[in-house]
Design a protein around this ligand. Sequence first.
Ligand SMILES: [Zn+2]
Length: 86
Amino acid sequence: MSAKKSDSDRKNHLQARYEHKIKILDEGGEQAISHSIKDIRRITAALKRLEEGQYGLCCNCGVPIAEGRLDAIPETPFCTDCAKQH
Ligand SMILES: [Zn+2]
């Protein structure tokens, strides 16, 4: 199990992913671009939740999202169970 990350670690991670997705908008093909736009929306929403102190809670059921999941997909709005339904 990984150690809990600080908000600033999460923010740095989200911002790095944001920059990466923006780069795809410049260089990617049509499909990559439409994926990136979705991801950018999720990343922006996650940064907002971080500012509001709501980060890491599932947007559907409100349970804390597993740290390992946040490490892999920091912009995810859903816990593992809810992600299966969306
Ligand atoms: Zn959930």
